[in-house]
Design a protein around this ligand. Structure first.
Ligand SMILES: *Cc1c(COP(=O)(O)O)cnc(C)c1O
Length: 478
């Protein structure tokens, strides 16, 4: 299996999985995708049903990953999957259990990991893959990132204790929820450096860009990233679409639909890949909050990114995005993998005009029929009403992001086709909105009892590039 770029890297040599594992963007500014998606035949799907039952989630992950990775030995890859997906890391031995709601809806529980959000599923695997590859290359890696909450904590819990990886994570001082702060800052390990920047999230991101943009410094301190465009994160996510389909169906040609709360288009892109591979997925329903860049694109064909000032701060904050980095991968497939057109849209028109328009093209007209996509969006009031309704009807408490999914899913559910909503976080992370919806705070899973009382380890930092470089130089052994 070789990889190409959405903007058309020269054909030779095409990189392998391990070549691109530690990379972000391709050198031409595009995103990596496999040369073609593996096609699953009926016999393979049937064998995976047995495999999930007998070997569990890690065995299924190994089978799915094997189709995309041909430069890690099979036994080693199995070990990586077993270390990432087991019941010492996830709260359920099923890793991703699925449970019914009323009205033909199902919830795929993706939040059983250490930080109670679906990002753990990709990050845990990424951590094990990184450690394996760094060991093989005899290298170390210092991850430098900025987070407003979920991504940074998932990265830290996945990378902690890995001898070759250190994490510097920048957060906007005083701006995360108390629970998110407690989760990150209670990690007391030499290899995890939490930094509270005197500024907002954009300032943190600008600092990361400035330091990573100094190529000498970047090389000297082996700096890397764990961005949402990383290919391995996407492959990891394909696994739970397969697992959820297997858990809800009993026949190998039985179709399901998925509804996915969406920000950077990472989660639902994995659903698209699963569908392209031949997992019997009928519809992929994309759900956004008030920041509806993607809903607008899938309804109208116009992709118009927003400025920071046009991005609303909502009660499903992990979906407050104005520019969906992974959407370039989908547009590449939508346009029949025409790299020249993708280069023109994302490399020229978007930076120049702030939008592009595919309405009126035959590709956009066939979006629903060929790719199964539909979309919708929700407001704060919708979110509260959905949380309250699911609680009253089913006795299940869902978080605000999942509520965006359940709310939109209801309008697309069809009789006879199970609609699986991907649960993206646990309600305990967003207690304030839950209290607003149902009049009381969510119960706290025992594994998070009292985390606000733990001692906190965090380095305060002025919003200054030199100060950040000094901190990195002090913490990375020469
Ligand atoms: C990251 C995140 C999302 C958005 O996922 P994308 O892959 O960026 O589309 C939604 N909900 C929660 C809770 C998240 O952490």
């Amino acid at each position: 299996m070789r990889y190409l770029s959405t903007r058309g890297l020269p054909d030779d040599p095409r990189p392998t999985f391990s070549d691109i594992l530690l990379e972000g963007l391709a050198p031409d500014g595009g995103l990596y995708l496999p040369e073609s998606y593996p096609r699953l035949d009926a016999a393979t799907l049937a064998s995976w049903r047995t495999l999930l039952e007998t070997g569990g989630y890690a065995a299924l992950a190994h089978a799915v990953l094997s189709l995309f990775v041909d430069d890690i030995g099979s036994d080693d890859l199995r070990g990586i999957c077993e270390r990432a997906y087991n019941d010492t890391v996830f709260s359920s031995p099923e890793i991703v259990p699925v449970s019914p709601l009323s009205g033909g809806l199902w919830l795929a529980h993706l939040s059983g990991g250490p930080t109670a959000a679906f990002k753990d599923l990709a990050m845990q695997l990424l951590g094990q893959l990184f450690e394996y590859e760094l060991e093989r290359r005899d290298q170390e890696l210092n991850i430098l990132g900025a987070t407003s909450g979920d991504t940074g904590s998932a990265a830290e819990y996945a990378m902690r204790g890995l001898p070759r990886v250190r994490v510097f994570m920048l957060t906007p001082a005083g701006r995360m929820t108390p629970f998110q702060q407690a989760q990150m800052f209670s990690l007391d390990e030499e290899s995890i450096v939490n930094v509270a920047v005197d500024g907002v999230f954009d300032d943190c991101q600008d600092l990361v860009k400035a330091v990573a943009g100094d190529l000498d410094f970047k090389r000297r301190y082996s700096l890397g990233a764990v961005n949402s465009i990383n290919w391995a994160r996407l492959v990891a996510q394909v696994v739970y679409y397969v697992a959820a389909w297997l858990r809800v169906t009993s026949a190998d040609d039985e179709r399901v639909s998925f509804c996915v709360p969406t920000g950077n288009f990472g989660n639902i892109m994995a659903g698209h890949i699963a569908r392209m591979m031949g997992v019997p997925i009928d519809t992929l329903v994309l759900a956004t909050n008030e920041n509806n860049v993607l809903d607008e694109f899938f309804r109208t064909g116009v992709y118009r990114v927003r400025g920071a000032s046009e991005t609303h701060a909502t009660s499903s904050p992990s979906m407050d995005i104005s520019k969906a980095s992974n959407v370039e991968r989908f547009v590449f497939d939508l346009l029949g993998r025409d790299a020249a057109r993708v280069r023109e849209l994302f490399g020229v028109r978007l930076p120049r005009d702030g939008f592009f328009d595919l309405s009126g093209t035959p590709e956009f007209a066939s979006l629903r029929e060929r790719f199964g996509f539909v979309s919708g969006s929700s407001t704060h009031a919708d979110r509260l009403a959905t949380i309250a309704a699911v609680w009253a009807r089913d006795g299940v408490l869902i978080d605000p992001h999942t509520a965006d999914g359940v709310g939109v899913a209801a309008s697309f559910a069809e009789p006879g086709v199970p609609m699986i909503v991907t649960e993206t976080a646990l309600p305990v992370k967003f207690a304030e909105t839950i209290a607003e919806a149902i009049g009381r705070e969510p119960e706290r899973p025992p594994r998070f009892a009292g985390i606000e009382d733990l001692p906190r380890v965090v380095v305060p930092l002025p919003n200054d590039v030199r100060a950040l470089k000094t901190l990195i130089a002090e913490r990375v052994p020469a």
